[in-house]
Design a protein around this ligand. Structure first.
Ligand code: PEP
Ligand code: MN
Length: 338
């Protein structure tokens, strides 16, 4: 249920509605808008009895939200959500690039990449310190030491940090180091992890599970939002299909329905989506054309010697060429590359 307040409603009247919702043992989520405040109600199993709320002063109307995901739905929040980090914004009118290596490998390569990206106007660096690898014998990431390197790169260059949290044990450390906390495809339905990042002070980048429907993905976002963190970014990274010509099937067709059903920004990761560097630029351009709000790209100073995902990582010159293409396409689409 959504309580829409009158445009003249006072903050006291909003507080009174919030108190009334809590008195019903439900959760209230006030959402200030450009002209009026709306208050989302969650926690109810059946329908909420509207009578106690609709008589309160300042209440304009009550709207039933029909989708199972409430806070993530456009029914509850009509305007596109803008996610903010200290370095940049992700949301309408912009096309935000997040780039960097798959893993933190050493200090030198992170600093070089951060400096390079800042010089090209990219404000967010991606790199995993904790890596979810299919084989236990593959490089598992530098862990806490990797987080320290990322913090150093931010301090030195001003770049924002996007890095993956794999388990609740390291939540505090990743939350401190990151400007955006990444939840990987294998953890999209790790509900304890989702509940933990719901309490984090940082935005969450939620990758789509490799076999998740759009509804399951939005329900995962709902876990984060229901716990009080409304700064959620969706990221399409390819799903499992019968195809054997690429690592995954990058499902760009999910963007229009995701935009229709939800107000959350959506990024595309063409690196994991294709698994091969040559296929990344065309799919990156297609993502921009399809209405995505930005990209998560693997870029490495020396892809041939990367510790993970080198085959799908762009070199610096490769990234530069893609950037040129994106700039050419962004103008006509009225998107500002960030
Ligand atoms: C990554 O971004 O490096 C990663 C492990 O992605 P995913 O969770 O999509 O496989
Ligand atoms: Mn990777």
């Amino acid at each position: 249920m959504l309580v829409v307040m009158d445009s003249h409603a006072t903050p006291e009247q909003v507080d009174e509605v919030v108190r009334a919702i809590r008195a019903m043992n439900l959760a209230a989520h006030p959402m200030p808008g450009a002209t009026r405040t709306a208050i989302g109600i969650t926690g109810n199993v059946g329908a909420v009895d509207p009578r106690t709320l609709e008589v309160l002063p300042g209440v304009l109307e009550l709207i039933r939200v029909t989708k199972p995901f409430k806070l993530a739905s456009r029914e509850m929040h009509e305007a596109d959500t803008v996610v903010r980090t200290p370095q940049t914004v992700i949301g309408p009118g912009t096309f935000t690039l997040i780039a960097g290596p798959c893993s933190v490998e050493n200090e030198d390569m992170i600093l070089r990449t951060a400096e390079y990206l800042m010089g090209r106007g990219v404000r967010l660096l991606r790199a995993g310190a904790f890596k979810p690898r299919t084989s236990p014998y593959s490089f598992q990431g530098m862990g806490l030491e990797g987080l320290k390197i990322l913090e150093k790169a931010r301090k030195k260059t001003g770049i924002g940090i996007v890095t993956e949290l794999m388990d609740t044990d390291n939540a505090g450390a990743v939350e401190d180091a990151a400007d955006v906390i990444q939840i990987g495809t294998r953890n999209m339905q790790n509900f304890s992890l989702l509940k933990r990042v719901a309490k984090a002070r940082k935005p969450v980048l939620l990758k789509r599970g490799m076999a998740a429907t759009l509804e399951e993905w939005l329900m995962a976002a709902e876990y984060v939002m229901a716990g009080g963190n409304y700064q959620v970014i969706l990221c399409e990274r390819g799903v499992r299909t019968f195809n054997d010509h690429s690592r995954n099937t990058l499902d760009l067709s999910v963007i229009p329905p995701a935009k229709k059903l939800s107000h959350l920004p959506i990024l595309v990761d063409p690196s994991h989506g294709t698994g091969k560097r040559d296929y990344v630029p065309p799919m990156a351009l297609a993502a921009l054309a399809a209405g995505a709000d930005g990209l998560l790209l693997e870029v490495h100073p020396d892809p041939e010697h990367a510790q993970s995902d080198g085959a799908q990582s762009l070199s610096f010159p490769g990234f530069e060429k893609l950037l040129e293409g994106l700039r050419g396409l962004a103008g006509p689409l009225q998107k500002q590359i960030q």
